[in-house]
Ligand binder design. Structure first.
Ligand SMILES: *Cc1c(COP(=O)(O)O)cnc(C)c1O
Length: 376
């Protein structure tokens, strides 16, 4: 089996053929020539598209290298992928377990599920607290490391408990990417992610995917995509496939930069609640080190400044980091997370997404902005 770098540059590419490109360009088609019966790999553009096929093969090769039973479905966004799993699997009267500290749009799905008569239970990510809720549930939803709090739970332990209780397990793997963590190998039924973030890494598109092994589960997710119509555009799918070739370079560099930045912030007196799973002193580090791969602990560092005004002065003082949401891009971004109102975080809480810049420049910029913010 090849290494990750070798795998990503070729993932999902067709067999080399004379005079054909390595990565075929995007196919823009609402419909395809279709003589006779309505069967075939490509019939109508909401059902399938050759550009999706290439990207889905590529992601599948990264989610479960060497496996020939993995199916991947791409979506127009991470929320499209998340909704597809939850809404295709649960029925009125079922119970699902969600993280209390998951992605900020998860409560919107919760409202929808409850309106459809689904019982929603929640528990925090830290300490595998969701394990207490899983009895009698249809599905357990895990997000690890969690966004934005960066807590980590034990996927294998939770999956074993959920399966013993008859529940399916889905893992939101957005922060780690498949190079940092392989949920299907750790026992999950679904690996789900937003491709908007580190997977594609350039902050120029929205995308999502679901990977799973069970053909019936995959068929249900596929049917949901057709029903809701949450399909990716061919251009986005092609850009994503192109971006995957540098995934190993980006995640390694971003993880190394994030660790260096977190280290530089450790002794700052104005900072509390510094979190990064790669920091040996982080409460999540030992579990993350066992569960995540090759030191790829992600690009997010989170910390809290004394108050809202202090955090805003800090953000305004940054020169090399954009004040913007989302994470995982090649350009560093940071934001005061409390401005959205959806997360249970202090007013001075900063979610910092570390890019691929030269780390000395980045650390100097951040320390300079902290000085400016403290001196005001
Ligand atoms: C961004 C994000 C999502 C949603 O993805 P979109 O592509 O924005 O729809 C889901 N889960 C996590 C952990 C995220 O960070």
């Amino acid at each position: 089996m090849t290494g990750d770098g070798t795998r990503v540059v070729r993932a999902g590419l067709p067999e080399p053929a004379a005079y054909e490109p390595a990565l075929p360009g995007p196919v823009f088609a609402a419909h395809y020539h279709l003589p006779g019966d309505a069967v075939g790999p490509y019939t109508y553009g909401r059902d399938d598209n050759p550009t999706w096929t290439g990207l889905e093969r590529a992601i599948g090769e990264l989610e479960a290298p060497g496996a020939d039973d993995v199916q991947t479905m791409t979506f127009s966004s991470g929320m499209g992928a998340i909704s597809a799993v939850l809404l295709s699997q649960v029925r009125s009267g079922d119970a699902v377990v969600l993280p209390a500290d998951g992605y900020q749009a998860l409560p919107l799905v919760r409202e929808r599920l409850e309106a459809y008569g689904v019982e929603v239970r929640t528990a925090p990510t830290a300490g595998d607290a969701q394990i207490e809720q899983v009895q009698g549930a249809r599905l357990l939803w895990i997000e690890t490391p969690s966004n934005p709090g960066l807590d980590v739970c034990d996927i294998r332990r939770l999956a074993d408990a959920a399966h013993a209780a008859g529940a399916l397990v889905a893992v939101d793997n957005t922060l780690a990417t498949p190079l940092g963590q392989r949920p299907l190998d750790l026992g999950a039924d679904f690996s789900v992610a937003s491709g908007t973030k580190a997977l594609t890494g350039h902050g120029d598109l929205l995308l999502g995917h679901v990977s799973c092994r069970d053909p019936e589960l995959a068929a249900a997710v596929r049917l949901w995509r057709k029903t809701a119509g949450a399909i990716p555009g061919p251009m986005e799918a092609w850009l994503a496939h192109r971006s995957l070739a540098t995934l190993h370079l980006r995640v390694d560099r971003q993880a190394a930069n994030a660790l260096a930045l977190a280290g530089a912030l450790r002794d700052r007196p104005e900072i509390t609640g510094l979190r990064h799973p790669g920091l040996p002193s982080d409460p999540a580090h030992s579990l993350a080190a066992r569960q995540m791969r090759s030191g790829r602990f992600g690009c997010v560092v989170s910390f809290t400044l004394p108050d809202r005004a202090h955090a805003e002065r800090f953000l305004a003082g940054l020169r090399l980091t954009d004040d913007a949401t989302s994470f995982g891009g090649v350009r560093s971004t940071a934001e005061r997370r409390g401005r959205w109102g959806g997360d249970a975080v202090p007013e001075g809480f900063i979610r910092f997404s570390v890019g691929v810049e030269d780390v000395e420049d980045l650390v100097a910029d951040v320390l300079g902005a902290l000085e400016e913010a403290a001196g005001a």
